[in-house]
Design a protein around this ligand. Structure first.
Ligand SMILES: Cc1cc2nc3c(=O)[nH]c(=O)nc-3n(C[C@H](O)[C@H](O)[C@H](O)COP(=O)(O)OP(=O)(O)OC[C@H]3O[C@@H](n4cnc5c(N)ncnc54)[C@H](O)[C@@H]3O)c2cc1C
Length: 451
């Protein structure tokens, strides 16, 4: 069995990106992926002229590592249609446009005059700089006031984490926002500074991205498939190591006591609970911390309809989120045909609904018909949908989105300290240092450069 420079456990976007950037540096790399399919949370189905995303829908072009790997593999990002920028929220049972700038903020019906004044007072609110942890809910209410926090921030948290803002850690889950307060004293001043710095980098010719939501022709799985193909036999699908142990200067990965790979360095790019299981014997001190980073099941239900089956306009926006107070069970609704028009067959609408997460962790237990009803039942009246869908797709992502709950940064520091003690051990993947495609890539490149 060859000794690789690096073995990577997990063939989601993170693991494949670590392998890509490591090989670009001239290192030999092997990826071990439990499933028979690469991509992890990314899963694209191509059927009857439709590209249906059953995991993430797209990535924001603000992290050059995604574009770099795509370009290396001959893929060109496809930006979303302008409709993507138009976002909606449910308000008193009606789909209502979100403010898109200072003018529409002043007239938005979501906040009272008092609520708007409170948001405008944000730069004058004393900054919390004690370095302690705080829940995302408390952070948002303290900085922006309760109305803004409940009406906008909480649905935004649902959209990213499908989580409970009362349990998520503000510095863990929203490090950029927490950093703005810590370093600039306010979110407004932090945002202005951030945008100025970005403009300066752009002027200097640095790749800062367009900020657009992007996908690829053939959907997000195209990048995972190209990455897997480039790895050839060094991407081993259907292989799930259950133990990692050190043997001299090498890491040995085993399954049922049999060696499956050997390498000088090891990158764990699988979810934190799986990482805990694999490292239990060699690094018992990280197990508790890694087991504390979990997610609740999240489900995606997508359906296509003929356009004339839908009464309301669904072409000029991304879709909508809902505050929990609306009593609307799904977490969010996306008009996939309007976002990436090339991914839906002509004359059809493709609607994607997310359901589950921390507040509805049992939704996954519904059968497919029950999930469809829970997602699309409430849309029948809202969007005026008549008749049956042409096709439906359902996926249950059992680990959902990892929740960076209070204490997350301490957990990660404990895991990193344990890794430093053992040597040659690294962590990528969205359990540890950022949820979402762009953060997965940024971290993967960072890890590959540190190998
Ligand atoms: C429904 C949903 C919608 C989302 N929407 C968006 C979006 O629109 N935009 C966005 O940016 N992000 C979105 N995200 C988040 C984004 O998908 C993830 O943050 C990102 O894909 C994480 O990639 P990863 O490689 O770190 O983890 P994963 O994709 O989870 O990959 C981990 C891999 O490890 C493998 N594995 C587990 N155990 C073992 C083992 N013992 N041995 C070997 N392999 C193992 C798994 O099979 C998996 O393939 C969404 C997530 C979900 C669930």
């Amino acid at each position: 069995m060859p000794t690789y420079d690096v073995a990577i456990v997990g063939g989601g976007y993170s693991g494949l990106a670590v392998a890509h950037f490591a090989r670009k540096r001239g290192l030999s790399a092997v990826v071990l992926e439990k499933e028979e399919r690469p991509g992890g949370k990314v899963q694209t189905v191509r059927e009857a002229g439709n590209v249906v995303e059953l995991g993430p829908l797209g990535w924001l072009d603000k992290e050059p590592a995604v574009t770099e790997m795509a370009a290396d593999l001959g893929l060109v990002p496809v930006p979303a249609a302008p409709a993507e920028k138009v976002r909606y929220l449910l308000r008193r049972g009606r789909i209502t446009a979100l403010p898109s700038g200072p003018g529409s903020f002043l007239t938005t019906p979501f906040l009272t005059v008092g609520g708007k004044l409170r948001v405008m007072a944000e730069p004058f609110i004393k900054a919390k700089r004690d370095g302690g942890d705080e829940s995302a809910r408390s952070f948002a209410r303290r900085r922006l006031g309760q109305q803004m926090a409940d009406a906008f921030f909480e649905p935004f948290v649902s959209g990213i984490y499908a989580g409970d803002p009362g349990r998520l850690s503000a510095p863990g889950a929203f490090p950029l926002l927490a950093g703005w307060e810590r370093d600039s004293g306010s979110l407004v001043r932090g945002a202005v500074k951030y945008m100025r710095a970005k403009a300066k980098r752009r002027k200097a010719g640095e790749p800062v991205g367009t900020g657009s939501l992007c996908s690829f022709a053939g959907g997000l799985a195209a990048l995972a498939e190209a990455g897997t193909q480039a790895l050839g036999d060094d991407c081993r699908l259907g292989v799930a190591p259950d133990r990692a142990r050190k043997d001299g200067d090498c890491w040995v990965l085993e399954r049922g006591g049999q060696e499956v790979a050997r390498a000088r360095q090891l990158v764990m790019a699988c979810p934190a609970p799986a990482t805990a299981g694999i490292l239990r014997a060699e690094a018992p001190d990280l197990v508790d911390a890694a087991e504390g980073i979990r997610g609740d099941p999240l489900c995606v239900v997508a359906a296509t309809f003929r356009r004339e089956q839908i009464r309301e306009r669904v072409d000029d926006g991304f879709g909508f989120l809902a505050a929990r107070s609306e009593g609307f069970r799904p977490l969010g609704v996306q008009f996939a045909h309007a976002i990436f028009p090339g991914q839906t067959a002509a004359g059809l609408a493709q609607i994607r609904v997310l359901i589950g997460g921390s507040f509805d962790a049992q939704a996954h237990a519904l059968d497919d018909a029950g999930l469809y009803q829970a997602c699309f039942g409430p849309l029948e009246g809202l969007l005026g949908i008549t008749g049956e869908p042409l096709q439906t797709w359902t996926r249950r992502v059992m680990g959902g989105v990892p929740q960076y709950e209070m204490g997350h940064l301490v957990r990660v520091a404990r895991i990193e300290a344990s890794a430093a003690r053992l040597g040659g051990l690294h962590f990528a993947g969205d359990s540890f240092s950022g949820v979402g495609v762009v953060k997965a890539f940024a971290r993967a490149k960072e890890v590959a450069l540190a190998l």
